[in-house]
Design a protein around this ligand. Structure first.
Ligand code: NGQ
Ligand code: ZN
Length: 458
């Protein structure tokens, strides 16, 4: 059984020094012992820097990485989320199974290098270009499963239900044909995924009704009620004001209000964005135990708005972070931007805490996002304690603006002072996947990614 000796580590009780972490053959943590300074024996690996749990990325659309940096020109004076979506649909159309494999493989390596050890793929690119299902209905989902397994990232794959173009029940647009999945198709995908994912300790399968725009709330309720307990259910909700307005026009209720009233929303749920919510909706989400899936970089990139985080935390709400459109891959930057959005709106500082709390904002952000992300993805990660998976980051003091920082100051320096990724080594399920900043497959994966991008643009 391998053992690590870390100079310091973030444990559930807080930072501890000289921490020995024993790892079981199945990749879980067997024992954690702080204050170990005596003779160690040779089977103990000495770790070079502070150790924190690997971050969960609870919301990603892998294929959108192909358009990162390519949707930043104003082509229309009324450029908006909705014109971006048209460009995104064009990118989606060019992604076949082999392109998705190449994009996701390199993407998951980039995520690992940035400090994400578990990713949630909100996956809706199900069908072939003409809208017909592949012979294996989970062909595209399985590409994500194999990409994650091949690079060593943990994955919760969330196949998406996608049934209509809008609240008015309009049929899918031609550009949405590849997304089409009703309840029957979703069940077929789930069935096939069970085969692709057998024996894995790092794979979970959930489901994702795309949004109340794309799935009637009655269907959301039926699907959720039919699933085994503990299945992760993710849904995009209240991201853009137009969605809120359309929902009110069609149903008389705001999207979060409608969802909370009509669906069995509880701790297995993750509400992605939930940007435009009032105090009642905010309190209802917090009381339900559902996790808010916040994607600050994408929400800024798309002009969505700012989630009321301080109020939500004060109400007892839980959140995690997601890289969503994969415009950038950096959990440190996601958390920095999350806090800075609050500062810009409120004209105050240090806001990502319960209103009565004081203390390190960086540490509060990192710990809250770990807990919310692990819950939302249904994965035994985010905690350095026996029984949890050994998903760990070793931070690099040479890359911290404050090289002598200790305890919570380390996370403040990494999140707020960061110009370089502070991650040196990354372990997932007891295996080193990134060492000294590099992943063994990165050069080959990069070449395949570049080749896929070139095929897509010619
Ligand atoms: C998505 N992304 O599913 O990729 C969405 C855009 C939509 C974000 N909302 C499409 N960030 O919402 O219809
Ligand atoms: Zn999304």
């Amino acid at each position: 059984m391998p053992s690590l000796l870390a100079p310091s580590a973030l444990l559930p009780s807080g930072w501890a020094r000289d921490v020995r972490i024993d790892i079981a053959p199945d990749g879980t943590i067997a024992a954690v012992s702080p204050g170990v300074t005596r003779q160690l024996g040779d089977r103990v690996e000495r770790i070079s820097g502070p150790v924190v749990p690997g971050m969960t990325n609870l919301h990603s659309h892998a294929f959108q990485r192909a358009m990162a940096g390519r949707a930043e020109k104003r082509r229309d004076p009324a450029d908006s989320f909705w014109t971006w979506r048209e460009a995104m649909y064009r990118a989606a159309d060019a992604v076949g199974p082999d392109e998705l494999s190449a994009i996701a493989t390199y993407l998951f390596i980039e995520m690992l290098k940035a400090g994400y050890t578990t990713v949630g793929e909100f996956h809706y690119l199900h069908n072939d270009r003409d809208g017909t299902p592949f012979a294996d209905p989970a062909e595209m989902s399985a590409r994500l499963v194999h990409a994650a397994a091949s690079v060593g990232a943990a994955l919760t794959v969330l196949p998406v239900l996608y049934m209509r173009a809008g609240f008015d029940d309009a049929p899918l647009e031609p550009a949405q044909r590849r997304f089409a999945a009703d309840e029957e198709r979703l069940l077929a995908i789930l069935e096939s995924l069970r085969w692709h994912g057998r024996d894995s300790t790092t794979l979970r399968v959930g489901v994702a009704p795309h949004s109340l725009r794309a799935v009637p709330v009655e269907v959301v309720r039926q699907v959720a009620s039919a699933l085994p307990e503990d299945t992760s259910i993710h849904i995009h909700v209240a991201e853009q004001m137009r969605e809120v307005e359309d929902c009110i026009a069609a149903t008389g209720a705001r999207p979060v209000e409608l969802l909370m009233a009509e669906a069995p929303v509880g701790p297995d749920w993750c509400l992605i964005h939930a940007t435009h919510i009032g105090q009642d909706e905010l309190s209802d989400i917090a009381a339900s135990g559902a996790v808010a899936g916040l994607c600050p970089i994408t929400e800024a990139n798309l002009g969505d708005g700012v989630f009321p985080l301080g109020e939500f935390l004060t109400a007892g709400g839980r959140f995690g972070i997601g890289s969503d459109s994969n415009a950038a891959l950096n959990p440190w930057e996601e958390l920095r931007l999350l806090e800075y959005g609050q500062r810009l709106v409120h004209g105050r500082r240090c806001l990502s805490l319960h209103e009565d709390a004081t203390g390190s904002v960086g540490s509060a952000l990192w710990r809250a996002a770990l807990a919310g992300g692990a819950t939302a993805l249904g994965q035994p990660t985010g905690v350095i304690a026996p029984g949890f998976r050994a998903d760990l980051l070793v931070l690099d003091r040479d890359r911290l603006v404050q090289p002598d920082a200790e305890a919570d100051d380390i996370l403040d320096a990494a999140i707020f002072g960061g110009s370089a990724l502070p991650v040196r080594d990354v372990m997932v399920a007891g295996l080193w996947r990134v060492t000294a900043g590099h992943h063994a497959q990165e050069a080959q994966a990069r070449a395949a990614f570049v080749a896929a991008l070139r095929r897509m643009t010619t």
